[in-house]
Design a protein around this ligand. Structure first.
Ligand code: C5P
Length: 208
């Protein structure tokens, strides 16, 4: 009787959030977008006048009010940048660990998406996907999303920002973005949304 835990990791705008949501509804499991927790810490830190690069300021911001998780400001591109900065501090990762771990260990199982679910939060998950896509494909998707929300954007600025965030997420010493050895890599660069979802469901079905 293995735990029904599905770990979905990968870089920003790879499609992992969409895939995780679709897996949760297909398999009837609750879903946690762990990036949202880091976004809440980054946003809360900044709105209290703190410095996201300062470990003590960032740690204090892990006690954000739960209602903040529903704030649309967390979805903004600039909030992703703040999240990426606070997520570098080991104390912040530690403070968010228990909450994520408890979610993963719910009796019926769960889907979590993030950067270190398969490596740190739930290494025992039987189904692990590492979702990737080229920087160009990810920038194009993000560009269309932001245009649709009416945010002023340039494709070149998005590409530069994604590349910088990848570099920071991959090179940090605590829980760097890396595929778990037992993760299945799914490259969505040339897949439509529906194709990516179908591929993910087929891969997970083999593992659960
Ligand atoms: O996935 P999302 O873009 O919302 O994540 C925002 C930032 O939060 C990432 O760039 C990453 O630095 C951080 N993060 C993390 N570990 C996770 C989820 C997100 O470090 N499990």
């Amino acid at each position: 009787n293995r735990p029904r835990i599905i770990a979905v990791d990968g870089p920003t705008a790879s499609g992992k959030g969409t895939i995780a949501q679709a897996l949760a509804s297909h398999f009837g499991l609750p879903h946690l977008d762990t990036g949202l927790l880091y976004r809440a810490v980054g946003w809360h830190c900044r709105s209290r006048g703190g410095n996201p690069d300062d470990p003590a300021d960032a740690l204090a911001a892990t006690r954000f009010p739960d209602a903040l998780l529903a704030d649309p400001a967390l979805r903004r591109e600039e909030t992703g940048g703040l999240a990426s900065r606070v997520s570098l501090h080991p104390a912040v990762r530690q403070a968010l660990f228990e909450r994520q771990r408890a979610f993963a260990l719910q009796p019926g199982g769960a889907v979590l998406d993030g950067r270190d679910i398969g490596t740190v939060i739930a290494p025992e998950a039987p189904a692990k996907l590492f979702v990737t896509a080229s920087v160009a494909a990810r920038a194009q998707r993000r560009f269309l999303e932001m245009q649709a929300r009416g945010e002023p954007v340039s494709l070149a600025a998005i590409e530069a920002d994604l590349a910088e965030r990848d570099r920071r997420d991959r090179s940090r010493s605590t829980a760097p973005l890396v595929a778990a050895p037992d993760a299945v890599v799914l490259d969505t660069s040339d897949l439509s949304r529906d194709e990516a979802i179908a591929a993910a469901i087929a891969l997970v079905e083999l593992k659960l």
